[in-house]
Design a protein around this ligand. Structure first.
Ligand code: GLP
Length: 247
């Protein structure tokens, strides 16, 4: 695990965007695993800016998002598909048919998850998987548990995640209680994993991810076992780490 220190959110966002940009320049038909949440918004904005300047071309790129709320579809402003379209895809020259998000509108959770897993697997998994991290150490929507998950599956969100995500909804009651998410094993199949973290509220999760034991109680800790994982975190997110060396 390589840890890159950023001075603040903007610096983190530029570094993350630079790494994604390099991936797309090196492999124009790259398969990008993408994430939602507030953390990657700055990186997406930077990538849009470079696209507008003609520095990056997404025409051959395909994308696979980590997760989606169960029950929400593309027209719901709280869905992750809506977020991706409005925050990123609508502003670059990506072929929308090559952008993939689990189908939250399929009420048959087993079928929706199996279909998504098949899709990601048959594509050959991702070249680069971008991840944020939850305050409790979750990745995608893989919540703390006593086992690491495998493929795409339906999860019950924890009270702390519902509370954390309530800021994006009118009321906490509106936050869906379930989501479809890529499993930890699927995430770990990525050639490269790029974790972005910013802010003091992520400091404990970031410390557990980088320095803690590898345990499903902190799902992100498994990334210590990935052979090509880069963490880009700002000062505040790294404030509880005792060692800043690559680990
Ligand atoms: C959500 C998403 C995660 C994301 C996390 C952190 O629960 N499912 O993929 O990493 O929240 O979000 P934020 O970046 O807004 O802190």
């Amino acid at each position: 695990m390589k840890v890159l220190k950023a001075s603040n959110y903007d610096d983190m966002s530029r570094k993350v965007a630079n790494i994604i940009s390099a991936q797309v320049i090196l492999k124009p038909d790259a398969r990008l695993g993408l994430a939602t949440g507030t953390t990657p918004i700055g990186a997406y904005k930077q990538l849009i800016n470079w696209y507008e300047k003609g520095d990056i071309d997404f025409s051959e790129v395909s994308t696979y998002n980590l997760d989606e709320y169960r029950g929400l579809g593309k027209d719901d402003p709280q869905s992750y598909r809506y977020f991706m379209d409005h925050t990123f895809f609508d502003h670059i020259n990506i072929d929308k048919a090559r952008t993939h998000v689990p189908d939250g509108t399929n009420p048959d959770a087993a079928a929706a998850c199996a279909a998504y897993d098949k899709l990601v697997k048959s594509a050959g998994y991702t070249d680069l998987q971008l991840l944020g991290i939850g305050r409790n150490g979750h990745i995608g929507f893989n919540e703390p548990s006593d086992v690491f998950s495998k493929g795409t599956h339906c999860v019950d969100l924890t009270p702390s995640t519902i509370e954390a995500n309530a800021r994006l909804f009118d009321k906490a009651e509106d936050v869906p209680r379930q989501a479809y998410t890529m499993g930890v094993q699927t995430i770990m199949h990525a050639e490269m994993i790029l974790v972005a973290a910013s802010g003091a509220d992520k400091a404990e999760a970031v410390r557990n991810m980088i320095e803690g034991p590898v345990t499903p109680e902190c799902p992100a800790s498994i990334l210590q076992l990935h052979t090509n994982c880069v963490v880009v975190a700002d000062d505040k997110a790294l404030s509880q780490c005792t060692s800043m060396a690559s680990v």
